[in-house]
Write a protein that binds this ligand. Structure first.
Ligand code: AMP
Length: 398
């Protein structure tokens, strides 16, 4: 990694600005999943241990009007964080102004302060989301020139709370979470340990065209399952019945297969049903045997075995997107089979590239068997597309 890191900083006694990703689900003031808070504690604890004055901020949801402010306050997050780090977190219900400035200037070494949702600034001309220069300069002025970005989820965006502050700070480095994303997801694109096998699934090709194209360049094999597989199968002349299929992407799918020159691996059998649901006439068929009016909702056992062979050949595996409608118990086997095969392949670096596959791995109990689970949705996809992420580019080079 060509970026400076936290260990390069002298943080003792300094006001350190830290952009975290505390965009957690909250229902009726209760946090329903605190994983993002738990995941940020390593960075925060390092700064506390090294006597920094820690100033945390994050976005939470989308703030469009004054009305949204009540349900999108960071207050419950600050409370939960204080439990997690076993230390008081001073919460200031402002994004700017005297009260915030005074609280920051009163901080003792090793104390933690969190200010209000950065997107409260979006009510006024989208100042946070459009990287308003005045806001960026102001937020940067609250610290002592040191900025830590630990929010991968927004790294593909140019906001005041990441790029804006970085461009007004003397030194900007990734926190531990972002450092891992750069190492693992960035590493795949820059210098993969080969063979690199990418397993892609999910609903549509159209969402992942850039990812497929880029991975066809950098990976040794690109294995395609899930709903997006049917457009590829149809492009090869297979009848796909009522399966999810993007007819306007058939030509593209054909071109990708040709461009891949044998790198692109497709299913050989699938689980079909005569309706979209757990009930119905569910059966396993070879891909050239899909009955009229049936739809493919999962990969069959021969496909799982075939995909497992490719997984076992790999030194690096990246997986993004479920192999079927895993939310329904009748169609979870493909996703579970692939997830289990990747988790069992201990000799390889195994990475989940965000989104639904992470949810599936957690649900199936395999999450801890992976080398890395990316925390970003859109950011992971753009990184895998080979795009520069502004929230990383803005950090200080070595
Ligand atoms: P994505 O967000 O693109 O990764 O897509 C995830 C969604 O794709 C999940 O909700 C799955 O239920 C859905 N999906 C996967 N395979 C299929 C399929 N064969 N037919 C319909 N939906 C699917």
């Amino acid at each position: 990694m060509n970026k400076k890191v936290m260990e390069d900083l002298q943080v003792s006694g300094k006001k350190v600005l830290v952009r975290v990703d505390f965009n957690v689900p909250i229902k009726g003031g209760i946090i329903t999943d605190d994983n993002r808070i738990l995941a940020a504690q390593e960075t925060i604890k390092y700064l506390i241990k090294n006597n920094a004055k820690v100033i945390l901020f994050s976005h939470l949801g989308k703030v469009k009007s004054e009305k949204d402010k009540t349900k999108l306050t960071m207050k419950p997050v600050a409370h939960r964080l204080s439990e997690v780090i076993n230390q008081d977190v001073i919460f200031i219900d402002q994004t700017r102004g005297e009260k915030l400035e005074k609280a920051i200037n009163d901080l003792n070494d090793g104390q933690v302060l969190m200010f209000e949702n950065t997107r409260f600034e979006d009510i006024d001309n989208k100042k946070e989301s459009s990287n308003d220069p005045e806001l960026a300069k102001y937020w940067a002025s609250l610290g002592d020139g040191i900025f830590i970005n630990d929010a991968f989820g927004t790294a593909h965006r140019t906001h005041a709370s990441n790029v804006g502050i970085a461009s007004n700070s003397q030194i900007s480095v990734p926190g531990y979470l972002l450092e891992k994303e750069i190492k693992f997801i960035g590493g795949i694109i820059d210098q993969p340990t080969r063979p690199l096998v990418a397993i892609l699934g999910g609903a549509k090709i159209s969402d992942k065209i850039g990812v497929i194209e880029n991975l066809l360049n950098v990976a040794d094999y690109v294995v395609i399952g899930g709903g997006m597989g049917y457009t590829f199968l149809k492009s090869q002349g297979h009848y796909v019945g009522d399966s999810l299929c993007e007819d306007d992407k058939i030509e593209l799918a054909k071109e990708l297969i040709e461009k891949g020159k044998g790198k692109l691996i497709l299913p050989v059998d699938i689980v079909v049903n005569d309706q979209f649901g757990n009930d119905g006439d569910i059966k396993v068929v070879d891909i050239d045997q899909i009955p009229v009016d049936y739809m493919g909702l999962d990969m069959g056992p021969k496909t799982v075995a075939k995909f497992t062979e490719y997984i076992n050949k790999a030194n690096t595996v990246i997986w993004n997107g479920p192999m079927g409608v895993f939310e329904m118990s009748s169609f979870i086997n493909g996703t579970a089979g692939v997830c289990k095969a990747i988790a069992a392949h201990k000799e390889a670096t195994t990475i989940i590239g965000g989104g639904d596959s992470a949810a599936a791995a957690i649900q199936l109990g395999f999450a801890s068997d992976f080398t890395h689970i990316s925390t970003g949705g859109g950011a992971s996809l753009e990184y895998l597309e080979g795009k520069e992420l502004p929230g990383i580019t803005c950090l200080t080079n070595k």
